[in-house]
Each structure stands twice: as C-alpha cells, then as structure tokens.
Design a protein around this ligand. Structure first.
Ligand code: F0G
Length: 487
C-alpha cells in the first residue's frame, strides 16, 4: 500500500468536499418519523438515546462500534468460516493478520474490547493499584475500579480546551507521568495505558514522538506499556497527516512503529476492523501465559474467545484493510467536513476535528443549564427530538459517581455524533449540520434532565431520565413554526 493511493482529490470548483472512494452495493432503508412520535420515543426510552429503537431513528450516530460498513471481501470471508470448538482455521487466519498488521505473535481472542479490559485488569490490577493513562474510556475505568484499582489521567492542559489547533491532544503529559510514578512507587503501577485516538476527549490522537517518550519512561522504571488500539487506524492516519516525520509513511509503517512500542496491545474489533469481537496480543510469552487461563474462564476456548468464526474471519480481513489509507480516511474526512460546516454556521464544536465522530460542545450551547441537569444529555435528547438523529452523551452522565456516591462532573459536556466508516452520504451529513445550526439558534428552549432510575455501574447505558420542565413541548412548537409540516 504505497503513497500512490493519494486521497486528497481536488475539485475544479475549488470546493473542499470529501469524495467517497467506494461504491454502495447493499443498502438499508431508513425511517424519519414525525416529531410527535420522536417525543413519544424519548419518553419510552427514558430520555436516554441508548433507550431508543432503530425504527424511530433516522441517522444512527450513537457510535461507530460494530456498525462501520463491511467490505465485500469481509462478507466473502465470512462464508468460508471454519467452525470448530478448538483449532479453527479461522482463528489461524486472525492470528496471522494480527502478526502481520499489529506485529504481535501471541493472540488471546475475546468477545469485544471491554472483555480484553476485564482480562487485563483481572491479571494485573490489585486493590489500590494505580494505572496512569492519557485518558480513560468508560469501560476501562469500570473494569479497573471493579478490581479495586484507580486511574490517573495525564493529558496536557491543551487537551481540555474544546477549541484548539493542537494536532495531538491525546498526548500523555510526560513530566506528570514521571512525577506520578515517583510519588506512587513503581510497585503499585501494574502498567501505563495509552489509548489511540483518545475517545472521550473528542477522538484526539497521540503522536509517535509522544509514545516514544512514554516508552522511555516505561523502560526507565520497568513498567509495562499497554496500548488500547481500538481506534489505532485513525490515530495512524492522523499521524501521517499531522506529524512531519511520517508525512510520507504508509499506514503499515506507522502502525508497526506504534504497536512495536507496546508490551500488550488490545482492541475492540468492533472499531478496529469493522466487524465484531476483539483481542489481546503480545510478543512476551510470560505475559501471554499470565492471561491465557482467563480466556477459557471468561470468554471461551483459546481459538474463539466468545466470537463466532464468521466474526473471526471478518476481523482477519478487516485488519489488513486497516492498512488501506483510502478506507481509513473516509470517516475522518467526513468528520472534518461536518465540524467545519457546523462551525461556519456558528455551532461550537470540538477542534481540531478528531476521529470516530464530530463532537458538539453542549456545555457552551447549554450555558444556561447547570451540570447537575446534564447539559450534554439534555442536548442529545433535544437534538434527537428535532432531527431524528441519534448521538451519544459524552459528559457527566457518562461519568460514574465517586466511592462516596457524589457526582463527578465531566471536564467536557459533549454530544458525540459518530460517523461510522462508509455508512452515511454527504447530503445526510449536510442535514446533520442544518439541524444542529437550527438547534443552536434556538438553544434557550433546551431544558435540563433529571434521573428517575440510576443504575450503580455504567449508568449512561441503562439510566432513565425525564425533563425538569415542559421544555420539549416548547421546542416542538418552535420547530413547527419554522419547519411547518416538514419531518
Ligand atoms: N476502548 C476504546 C477506546 C473504545 O472506544 C471502546 C468502545 C472500548 C475500549 C470498548 O470496546 O465496546 O468492544 O467493548 N467504544 C465504543 C464507543 C463503545 O461507542 O465509543 P467494546
């Protein structure tokens, strides 16, 4: 995969438009239900976008997880899957793809990314352990704390600014990392975790140089380095775009540079390879042996790990496709288009545009709402109501309470509008921007939310809420006044 697959295509008109380098051959019909039905759907779903059903959703932008478009080659491979409890050839093909693409010889299969986090936490987290990381992901934090561990997030200050031109907001703060290790003591730190394309701060990458600096510290103190590679393809793509040293590098070169520095690499295949499942891989036999017994215990036998063989085949092909810049670039380019178009219309967005999705700064739009009323959750509900587009709250609702039961308010209150690979068209993205602009112009009509049911762990998945006032009715009235009988 050489650089000849250049991906910036210029238009004679001078317009900056991301051009799809694929054709659509299987399609799925969508529904755009009337706004009155959308309100009913919100009530049924507890004003939580996770509670909505796809029959009520027009564009599903809740996540890219497991919903990236699959390729013809992935679908074809799924047909030849080799079903066997043990020793399946499908697993051998996944193993080979992991070795070829991620450069790791020993593979432990798991049913998805958080299962990898469970296995790694079970193997290495003791009560009181501390895991330094660039930033947490919800499931990572939940598993580490489940085993009695703690985390410390070590980003540079720039990462917490919603608008920035910093190319690598996902970089680990090296000075703080070393200070933290000295303060805590090496024996209490089972591993350092780096997350590619740091999800919760807006899909922001780290640089290779930063990872080299982290590796140096890890070596100096003899601490393992764990890489969450779920969004590795996009992080590598942005490195080629933004890090001078790699501007002529291929995806394969950047990916092997990154994974070569990690002792353990784990991934959600739902993201990394446009499929399902996940894996943990390493070149260290000792590390492999430490986790090996946990796979049959929690996941399934060592050659399927809770996945179907069809998924395993799709991962094998999908991993190789991750090396194709023309494939990986599609979602980041659409996100860039979405973010820049929204900003032109005055909508506050997280910048620079990252990966996985566009992130709307709901804290800024809903300045009139206190964080106790979950501004990002309220904005997510309001946006679904007026557009039929389902996004995901990434703010205080997604945080868990501290050990004393107090709210831990998020640094950012964001609505994430995921742009799964090769799923949406450009006119759909234009619709997303149009409705965002309208809602931003009518932002004072958005009211807050309160919990009516709050589960103790990962509350954002199952929690149920309701509006604190009759603001949804007022928003519908304004929508009708402006759009008439348009859906
Ligand atoms: N790590 C990262 C960086 C993730 O983004 C995710 C999932 C996981 C681990 C867990 O993987 O879902 O396969 O168990 N992110 C999804 C999202 C859920 O919507 O961002 P999983």
């Amino acid at each position: 995969m050489g650089k000849e697959n250049a991906i910036k295509i210029k238009f004679y008109s001078g317009e900056n438009i991301p051009l799809e380098l694929h054709k659509v051959r299987i399609v799925q019909k969508l529904n755009l239900v009337p706004i009155e039905r959308r309100l009913e759907a919100l009530k049924e779903g507890g004003f939580n976008t996770f509670g909505l059903k796809t029959t009520d959703i027009f564009l599903d932008m809740i996540t890219d997880s497991g919903v990236n478009a699959m390729s013809d080659n992935q679908l074809a491979a799924m047909m030849r899957a080799d079903d066997a409890y043990a020793g399946s050839q499908s697993f051998m093909r996944m193993q080979k793809a992991v070795e070829d693409v991620l450069g790791k010889k020993h593979l432990l299969p798991v049913h998805q990314g958080r299962a990898a986090e469970n296995i790694i936490s079970c193997a290495y987290i003791k009560k009181g352990s501390l895991v330094p990381m660039n930033y947490h992901f919800t499931t990572t934090l939940a598993h580490i704390t489940q085993y009695g561990g703690r985390i410390v997030e070590l980003l540079y200050d720039e990462a917490y600014k919603t608008t920035s031109t910093h190319p690598f907001k996902g970089n680990m703060n090296i000075e703080k990392l070393e200070a933290e290790i000295q303060r805590e003591g090496v024996s209490n730190i089972p591993f350092i975790r780096m997350e590619a394309s740091t999800n919760l701060i807006g899909g922001q990458p780290f640089s290779v140089q930063n990872l080299r600096d982290v590796r140096k510290i890890a070596d100096k103190y003899g601490i393992r380095l764990v890489l969450d590679a779920s969004l590795l393809g996009e992080n590598a793509y942005l490195i080629i775009q933004r890090e001078e040293e790699f501007k002529d590098a291929t995806m394969a070169e950047v990916i092997s540079e990154i994974t070569g520095m990690a002792d353990i690499v784990y991934f959600s295949a739902r993201k990394l390879s446009s499929s399902r499942g996940g894996g943990i891989c390493t070149n260290d036999v000792k590390i492999y042996r430490e986790m090996e017994p946990l796979i049959p215990l929690f996941e399934g036998f060592l050659t399927y790990g809770g996945m179907s063989v069809r998924e395993i085949e799709a991962i094998a092909v999908g991993l190789y496709e991750t090396l194709d810049e023309t494939m990986i670039c599609q979602s980041p380019q659409f996100i860039e288009y979405l973010v820049n178009s929204a900003i032109e219309k005055g909508v506050p967005m997280v910048t620079p545009p990252g990966v996985l999705g566009a992130h709307v700064n709901a804290m800024e739009i809903c300045k009139h709402l206190p964080q106790t009323q979950y501004p990002a959750g309220a904005f997510a509900a309001a946006y679904y109501l007026i557009s039929g587009v389902r996004g995901m709250e990434r703010g205080s609702l997604s945080n868990q309470r501290d050990e004393y039961g107090n709210e831990t308010y998020a640094d950012m209150e964001l609505l994430r509008l995921a742009v799964p690979r090769r799923v949406f068209t450009l006119s759909q993205i234009k619709y997303v921007v149009d409705r965002l602009a309208w809602l931003n112009d009518n932002r004072e009509l958005i009211g807050g939310l309160k919990f009516v049911y709050e589960p103790p762990v990962l509350r954002f998945f199952m929690g149920r809420l309701e509006p604190v006032s009759d603001w949804t009715e007022k928003l519908i009235a304004k929508f009708k006044a402006d759009f008439g009988d348009s859906l």
